[in-house]
Design a protein around this ligand. Structure first.
Ligand code: FAD
Length: 439
C-alpha cells in the first residue's frame, strides 16, 4: 500500500490563485489565519484572470452588483493602501477611461436609480453629445445584433442611441499582475502559495472538510477550503461531492477577445469604454494605440459551452474575430481592420443568472467564491472581504440542517458602507433574470 505524505497543515486551503483566490488569501492571512493557496498552474493569475479585459464599470441592473463594483473601485484606485505596500515586482494601475452604455434612454432608468443611490457620477448623453465628446463613435441604431452571414448585419442605421456615461469607469492595466500583487501582500502575512499543485481529491469526514489531496499524492490538512477554482470550480465541487446539492451551478463558457488598431479619434479623453447591446459588443481603449474588443453574448450568437476546462484552446477563431471586430467597425466606421485574427480565447465560469456564487458550501468548512460569470475581476477586492466574513460568521462543526439555513443575509461593504443582500449570491438562490455578462 502506498503511504501518502502530509505536506502541509493550515487553517484554510484556498484552491485557485486567480484574482479571486489571491484576494481571499490576502484577507484571511491578514486577519491572522494560516493559509495555503494551491494552484495547478505556474503562477498567480495565470488562469482566466490573465485573459480578463479587467474593466471596472458600474452599469448593472442589480443594485448589489453596483455596490460591489463601487466598493472595489475604491480599492483599485488606492492600490498601495489596499495591499499594504508596494510590490517590488510592479504595481497595477487603474486607467480611467469613463464608460458608456448605449441604448434608448428609457432603458437606463433602473441603472440611473442605482447609480444615483450610491452617489456615482453619471450623465445621460444625447446622440449629438456622444458625437461631440467621442467623435470616433457613431451613435446610430443598427440593431438587433446579427451574425456576419445575415443580410441585416450591414443594415443602415434606423434611429439614434443615447449613452449612459460614468466618468469613473476604467480598467486595470495588467490583471495577472493584480493577482500577483495580492499574492505578495498575502505572503507578507504568512500565506504560502504552491504552484503546479492540482487538487485531485477532497477529504471529508461525516460532512466536514478535512483537507485536499494533490496530484502528486500528498495531502494538505485543513478544516476550511475555499473553492476559487475559476472555470474548474464546478468540477471541484464534484470532487468535494457537493455539486449536486447546490441549486446554482456554473459551467465553463468559451469566449474570445480581440485587438485592432484604434481609429485616429479614439484616443486620450476622446476614447472610452463602450457597452453596445445594440450590436452585441464591448470595447475599450488598449495600451499601445489599440482597441480591445469583446462580446456580450447577443442572442444571435451560439454559446460555446466547454465540458473540460483543462482542455482549453487559447487560439482565436477567424469567425469570432471577424464578427466581433466588424461589429465594432459599425460603431466606429474608421476602425482599421487587421488582416488576421489577433486576440485570445479564454473561459468564463458562468452561472444561470451571470452572478457569482459567494456562499458556504453544502459541507461544513467549504466556502464558494466562484461562478464569476465573466464580470467579477472588478469586484475581487470586495469578494475577499465577503468570503472572510462568511468564514468568520460560520463556526465549524455545524450540522447539515444548520448549514442549509441562511443565517447571514447581509454584508456591509468595507469602504463605502453599502448593505448587500448576500441572497443574490447564494448557491441556493432562485436565478435572477440576467442572460449575459452585463448581468
Ligand atoms: C476574456 C475575459 C474577459 C473578462 N473581462 C472582464 C472584465 O472586463 N471585467 C471584469 O470584472 N471581469 C472580467 N472577466 C471575468 C474575470 O476575469 C473573472 O471573473 C476572474 O478573473 C476569475 O478569477 P478566478 O480567480 O475566479 O479564476 P481564475 O483566474 O481562472 O483562477 C482559478 C485558478 O484555479 C486553478 N484551479 C482550478 N481547479 C484547480 C484544482 N483542482 N487544483 C488546483 N488549482 C485549480 C486554476 O489553475 C486557476 O489558476 C473576464 C474574463 C475573461 C475570461
Amino acid at each position: 500500500m502506498t503511504r501518502r505524505s502530509v505536506t502541509g497543515e493550515a487553517d484554510v486551503v484556498v484552491v485557485g490563485a486567480g484574482i479571486i483566490g489571491c484576494s481571499v488569501a490576502y484577507r484571511l492571512s491578514r486577519s491572522g489565519r494560516s493559509v495555503i493557496v494551491v494552484d495547478a498552474g505556474p503562477c498567480a493569475g495565470a488562469g482566466s484572470t490573465s485573459a480578463s479585459s479587467a474593466i471596472v464599470r458600474f452599469h448593472y441592473t442589480l443594485s448589489d452588483n453596483v455596490a460591489l463594483a463601487w466598493d472595489s473601485y475604491q480599492a483599485w484606485t488606492d492600490w498601495a493602501n489596499e495591499i499594504g505596500g508596494t510590490d517590488p515586482d510592479g504595481m497595477v494601475e487603474y486607467r480611467t477611461t469613463g464608460g458608456i452604455l448605449l441604448g434608448p434612454p428609457d432603458e437606463f432608468d433602473l441603472m440611473v436609480t442605482n447609480l444615483t443611490a450610491l452617489g456615482i457620477d453619471h450623465e445621460v448623453l444625447s446622440p449629438a453629445q456622444i458625437r461631440t465628446r467621442f467623435p470616433a463613435i457613431d451613435p446610430s441604431r443598427f440593431g438587433p445584433p446579427a451574425r456576419l452571414d445575415d443580410p441585416g448585419f450591414f443594415r443602415d442605421g434606423w434611429g439614434e442611441l443615447y449613452g449612459l456615461f460614468t466618468p469613473d469607469a476604467g480598467y486595470i492595466n495588467d490583471p495577472q499582475l493584480a493577482a500577483h500583487n495580492y499574492q505578495w501582500a498575502a505572503q507578507r502575512h504568512g500565506a504560502e502559495f504552491r504552484y503546479h499543485s492540482r487538487v485531485v481529491d477532497v477529504a471529508t469526514s461525516d460532512g466536514h472538510v478535512e483537507g485536499v489531496t494533490l496530484a502528486d499524492g500528498s495531502d494538505i490538512h485543513a478544516p476550511i477550503l475555499v473553492n476559487a477554482a475559476g472555470p474548474a470550480s464546478d468540477q471541484f465541487n464534484e470532487l468535494a461531492g457537493v455539486a449536486h446539492r447546490h441549486t446554482i451551478r456554473s459551467r465553463p463558457l468559451r469566449t474570445e477577445t480581440h485587438v485592432a488598431p484604434a481609429p485616429p479619434e479614439f484616443s486620450d479623453s476622446q476614447a472610452t469604454f463602450v457597452f453596445d447591446p445594440d450590436l452585441g459588443s464591448a470595447f475599450r481603449p488598449e495600451i499601445g494605440g489599440l482597441v480591445h474588443v469583446s462580446n456580450i453574448e447577443p442572442a444571435c450568437d451560439e454559446l460555446v459551452w466547454v465540458d473540460d476546462p483543462w482542455r482549453e484552446d487559447h487560439l482565436p477563431t477567424v469567425e469570432a474575430f471577424e464578427t466581433q471586430v466588424l461589429r465594432v467597425a459599425r460603431r466606429m466606421p474608421e476602425l482599421p481592420i487587421p488582416h488576421r485574427p489577433s486576440g485570445l480565447a479564454a473561459l468564463y465560469d458562468v452561472t444561470p443568472d451571470w452572478n457569482p456564487i459567494l456562499d458556504r458550501g453544502a459541507i461544513d468548512g467549504l466556502f464558494l467564491a466562484c461562478g464569476t460569470s465573466g464580470n467579477s475581476f472588478k469586484t475581487a477586492p470586495t469578494i475577499g472581504h465577503i468570503i472572510k466574513s462568511l468564514i468568520d460568521r460560520s463556526p465549524l462543526g455545524s450540522d447539515a440542517a444548520t448549514r442549509e439555513r441562511r443565517p447571514e443575509a447581509t454584508f456591509t461593504t468595507p469602504r463605502t458602507g453599502s448593505r448587500i443582500d448576500l441572497g443574490h449570491y447564494s448557491r441556493n438562490r432562485k436565478p435572477g433574470p440576467a442572460t449575459s455578462v452585463i448581468a
